[in-house]
Design a protein around this ligand. Sequence first.
Ligand code: C5P
Length: 295
Amino acid sequence: MAEAPWLPAPAKLNLFLRIVGRREDGYHLLQTVFQLIDLCDRIQLVPRSDGRIERLDGPPDLAPRADLCVRAARLLQPYAGSDAGVSIRLDKRIPMGGGLGGGSSDAATVLLGLDRLWGLDLGLDRLAQLGLQLGADVPVFVRGHSAWAEGVGEQLLPFELGASSYLVLDSGVSVPTPELFQAPELTRDAPPATIAGFVSGQLFGNVFEPVLVARSPKVGDALSALREASAGTALQVALSGTGGCCFARFARREHAVAAQSGLMPTWRSWVCGGLDRSPLHLAMDQGSRAEDTRF
Ligand code: C5P
C-alpha cells in the first residue's frame, strides 16, 4: 500500500497585533493580520480501525497528551464513531512557543486531514468552530487564507497580501502565551486600526513587543540584530504573536537572503515566502481534483 502522504502545516506571522478590548470571559479582542508563510511542520495521518488515537513520533519535549494534534483528533472522533482511529507522525520544524502558530496549524491540519480520511465532510465553518475550542489561532489555519482578523482571532477576512519575503529569527525565548496576556502593563484599549490604513502602508506594531522585550532582553537583542542586518531594505521589523520569534519583511527575496547572511550564525533564522493560500488547502484541492482518496 502507498505510504500515507505528509500534509503541510504552515506557520503564520502577525504583521501587526493590537488589543482593542476584552470579553467578559477574559479573552482579549484583537486586531491582526495573519500572514501565512512557507515554513511548515509536516504531519502524517495513518487511519486505523481500532478506535485508538496515538502519536507515533514527534518532539520529545511535547507530551502526546498535550499535543494539539492528538487533541484535535480526539475532538473529531465523536463525529466518526468509536472504531475510527489514527496514528499520527509529527515532523516539527516550526519553533514551539515562538508566536508562529505551529501548534495551532498542526491542529488544523489534523482536523482537515481526518475530516477527509474519516469521510466526515463537516465543512470549513464547523471545523473552524471546533478548532476554536483548541486555540484562538486554529480557525485561520482551518480556513487556509492569509487574513485580516478580529474578535479573538476567529473573525476572518481573507486578505491577498501579494508576494513578500520574510527573514524569521528565533530569539530562543519560548513564551507562555497566557502569562503574557495577563501582563498588567499591556495596552488593552488601542484605537481600532483600519484596513485602509494597513493597505496604505501604515505600521500598527505589536502590542506584546515592549512587554516581552522588558521581560526577556534576548528578544530585544534578536530585534536589534534583525534591524541591523536588514537596515535599508526591510519594510518592517516586528515581533510575531506573543513572541519570541521576530521577523523582517522585504519586497524582494534577495534582500531577505542578504540580511540573513549579515546575521551572526548563532541566531536560528529562516528565509520564507509569504503565502496568500495555505499549501495544505492547495494540496487537498489538488487531491480532490485527481480523485485522490489518500487525503
Ligand atoms: O487560544 P490560545 O490557547 O492560543 O490562548 C492561550 C491563552 O491566551 C488563553 O488561555 C488566554 O488566556 C489568552 N488569550 C487571550 N485572548 C486571545 C487569545 C488568547 O486572552 N484573543
